[in-house]
Write a protein of this length. Structure first.
Length: 128
């Protein structure tokens, strides 16, 4: 896999986490769309949206994370910024979703924070 010279070990790690996070977000989205009785609270107890809307949002986040993760692993510089923005939005979305499925949301939040860490704190290694 040609990932360019601008990606450190942490960047590669973040790229693979983005792929994993995209799959996890997609599973959460499909679950909300296809089996909304699976969650711990009813739709009337959700913070903002119903499960159909949440399902589409999570599915969209998942697809965008897969796209940006693939681009990041292929060495695209723009993918670093897009990945940080998407991971940040995903943290916010999963904080709002935490009442419906706490363990799943916490898992995704941890993945997103590791992505942000890998792309920001260790991002200076790419210039070396």
């Amino acid at each position: 896999m040609d990932r360019g010279d601008n990606l450190s070990g942490w960047g590669v790690f973040a790229g693979f986490l983005m792929l994993i996070g995209g799959v996890v977000q997609g599973i959460a989205g499909l679950t909300a769309l296809l089996k909304n009785t699976y969650f711990l609270v009813g739709e009337e107890s959700l913070v903002v949206f119903d499960y159909t809307t949440w399902g589409w949002l999570h599915l969209g986040f998942g697809l965008f994370l897969l796209w940006a993760g693939t681009a990041l692993l292929n060495g695209a510089n723009w993918a670093r910024v897009v990945a940080i923005v998407l991971a940040s939005l995903s943290v916010i979305a999963n904080l709002l979703f935490i009442g419906a499925y706490p363990l799943w949301s916490i898992t995704v939040i941890v993945l997103d924070l590791l992505i942000i860490y890998g792309l920001t704190v260790k991002g200076g290694e790419a210039e070396a």
